[in-house]
Write a protein that binds this ligand. Sequence first.
Ligand code: SF4
Length: 219
Amino acid sequence: MIDFDKMIDNHIAREHRPKAIGRYYPSEIGSCMRKVWYSYKYPLEVKPDLAKIFEVGNIMHDFVVEVLKSDKNKEVELLKSEFPLKIKGQDFLVSGRVDDLILVKESGKSWVVEVKSTKSVDFVKEADKKHLMQLQLYMHATGIHNGMVLYIDKTNLKSKVFSEKYSEEKAREIMERFGQLHQLLSQNLLPVAEARKKEEMGWMCRYCEYCEKCEKSEA
Ligand code: SF4
């Protein structure tokens, strides 16, 4: 017989490359600052179970691209998908990948689309702040000031869309946050345990691989 689980693991396994201080990613800037800091100082290999969850996200995004490209959906044109972008900070670089750029034909407006797969879209009542931060940066970098986060349910393909207007101020604050992270990493200063301090972020500690180090404030 075959071990298909193992075959999937082999197929999706990626070479582990630790992140370099000075290069940051929009998808993580909304996370607990201390956790992101640890991920640079103490990089961990992505475990097979987590790699599979990421892969499901990729598969779902491929499906969304098919829907956006479909001849049966004439109201929308997919202009670009999965395109890289870079934003220069003072002495660091933010590097990301935009999921999709679409043209809504009726209005003639282009929109940046950030796609997120979720376990149950019924529980999604508003766009996650982390996802909105990511979207703001993409709108900032592309100059396209209409954005939406599209949540798609992994179990039944139901979806919800939340639009977001570009805010120069929010984009500036997010870049400042990258700047703070860069300073703390460059000077080897441990950030405050942000998720423990902010009620709305508290849930992040339950999924944090660094909670032991964090409890001891180990730098
Ligand atoms: S345990 Fe919580 S506060 Fe500490 S690094 Fe992880 S997410 Fe942040």
